[in-house]
Ligand binder design. Structure first.
Ligand code: ADP
Length: 472
């Protein structure tokens, strides 16, 4: 087993990895920027190292991270999600430097990093894909020809895309060429690759994804699915497991489709195979994420499998400790992303100091957090403050438990998604399990929530604006 793991990430996922390492008796080394020096994970790791320059570059400088790992005697690197987690070059650099990259092979990362290649692979192994172009679309004529034969609406997608960037829904010939340009420019800026392709737009689908585990001995299993249909701007906000719309037969079929894709790329470690499920119950592969995902907690809560532990033991060369037939899905789980953002203001990110913090507790409640009272939320990173995951025996119990936990959650000093999430937990369609990816557009009432502003927050907000006004 590894002696020391360098955690090449920050925030809640760095904490999550440190926790798994502690249970495995593996030492941890954290990296941080000056802007992130007050993060909890920096204090909880056995060692921590300042990396720069600036708030972000140090987390993206693969060579510096590998050199650091060698210098401090770390034998493995866990990339978490984001940053270098889907960078095949970094995985390769680790390999070439004799350090284990906790994730799949550079080849698998490379292949899955390109949505066009991934779609073609899925098609080859007989897994349905969304009807779309087989290659990147480079001319307006090609785009027009596809859209006229497939019919509108369509979705333009960046081949290198992720996090909802480079996606555009197009409803007419008139919009097509401008949307192609914007999607391509957005993709070029975000991913350094402007290639785009076009898919038929599926009407009000469910986003269903399967969690995969694969070891170096050739065992590939899945841990069931998550339904991540509650999204804003095509980015996930609330995730549940299991899906409320899958029959056991469909679960089996989609689970097999997911493992088939993993096998086709000789996949090892944890990964997620994403599908859309349409209103008629037909499913389509959309992409595979070769890393741990934010929403892995809901799967852990219903399977009792520690996915990060499995990532580490698999990377150390051990076989998965159980078989597909040992995996059972018990009860229901919901995760709410507690973000520093203002849902009513188009989910605009906010920053500020946390003036009060008390996390919820009690039966079935799990917090994966990264903040505390007096923590100043920096503006440079994603605004995920904490993940609240609850588990219950029935769906109804789980929703009530989430509502109660959100009510109990004290996190003051800046706007968060807590009151908005509370409102969703009260909304009849959500409570009845009736939701798909159109949920937020079709339920504008969930934005009419009560902000729960405490008197002391008002005083703080007013003094902050006075200070800003006076230029203090
Ligand atoms: P990203 O990699 O940027 O997250 P995805 O391909 O995973 O992009 O898609 C993100 C979300 O966009 C999906 O969960 C779904 O809500 C929506 N989406 C993607 N493709 C389609 C499609 N063909 N039709 C309808 N919605 C889609």
């Amino acid at each position: 087993m590894f002696k020391k793991i360098l955690v090449a990430n920050r925030g809640e996922i760095a904490m999550r990895i440190i926790r798994a390492c502690r249970e495995l008796n593996i030492a941890t080394a954290a990296i941080y920027s000056e802007a992130d020096s007050t993060g909890i994970y920096v204090k909880k790791a056995d060692e921590s190292y300042l990396v720069g320059p600036g708030p972000v570059k140090g987390f993206l400088d693969g060579q510096q991270i590998v050199d650091l790992a060698k210098r401090i005697g770390a034998d493995a690197i866990h990339p978490g999600y984001g940053f270098l987690s889907e960078n095949a070059g970094f995985a390769h650099l680790c390999q070439a430097s004799g350090i284990t990259f906790i994730g799949p092979s550079p080849q698998a990362i490379h292949l899955m990093g390109d949505k066009i290649q991934a779609r073609n692979l899925a098609k080859q192994v007989g897994v349905p894909i969304v009807p779309g172009t087989e290659q990147a679309v480079t001319s307006a004529d090609e785009a027009l020809a596809f859209c006229r034969s497939a019919g509108y609406p369509v979705m333009i997608k960046a081949s290198a895309g992720g996090g909802g960037r480079g996606l555009r829904v197009v409803r007419s010939d008139q919009e097509l060429s401008a949307s192609m340009d914007t999607a391509s420019r957005e993709a070029q800026a975000a991913f350094g690759d402007g290639s785009v392709f076009i898919e038929k737009y599926i009407d009000r689908p469910h986003h269903i994804e399967f969690q995969i585990l694969a070891d170096r001995q050739g065992n590939i299993i899945h841990l069931g699915e998550r339904d991540c249909s509650i999204q804003r701007r095509h980015q996930k906000l609330i995730e549940i497991a299991p899906s409320l719309v899958l029959t056991p037969e469909l679960r089996k079929e989609m689970g097999e489709a997911a493992t088939t894709i993993a096998r086709a790329v000789d996949y090892d470690n944890a990964g997620t195979v994403e599908f859309l499920l349409d209103q008629q119950g037909r499913y389509y592969f959309i992409e595979m994420n070769p890393r741990i995902q934010v929403e892995h907690t809901v799967t852990e809560q219903i399977t009792a499998v520690d996915i990060v532990r499995a990532q580490i033991t698999i990377a150390a060369g051990r076989p998965i400790e159980f078989k597909q037939s040992d995996v059972t899905l018990q009860g229901h789980a919901i995760q709410c992303r507690i973000n520093a953002e203002d849902p009513r203001n188009n989910f605009r990110p906010v920053t500020g100091k946390i003036t009060a913090y008390l996390s919820p507790g009690g039966i079935g409640v799990r917090i994966d957090g990264a903040v505390y009272k007096d923590y100043d939320v920096p503006p440079y990173y994603d605004g995920l403050l904490a993940k609240l995951t609850v588990r219950g025996r029935t769906w109804e119990e789980t929703v009530s438990r989430m509502h109660r936990s959100l009510e109990e959650f004290v996190l003051r000093g800046l706007k968060t998604t807590i009151p908005f999430m509370e409102k969703i937990m009260e909304e009849p369609d959500f409570r009845a399990g009736r939701f798909d990816t159109s949920y937020l557009e079709t339920h504008p009432d969930v934005f009419n929530y009560d902000e729960h502003i405490e008197p002391e927050d008002l005083v703080l907000a007013i003094s902050a604006s006075i200070a800003a006004y006076e230029g203090l």
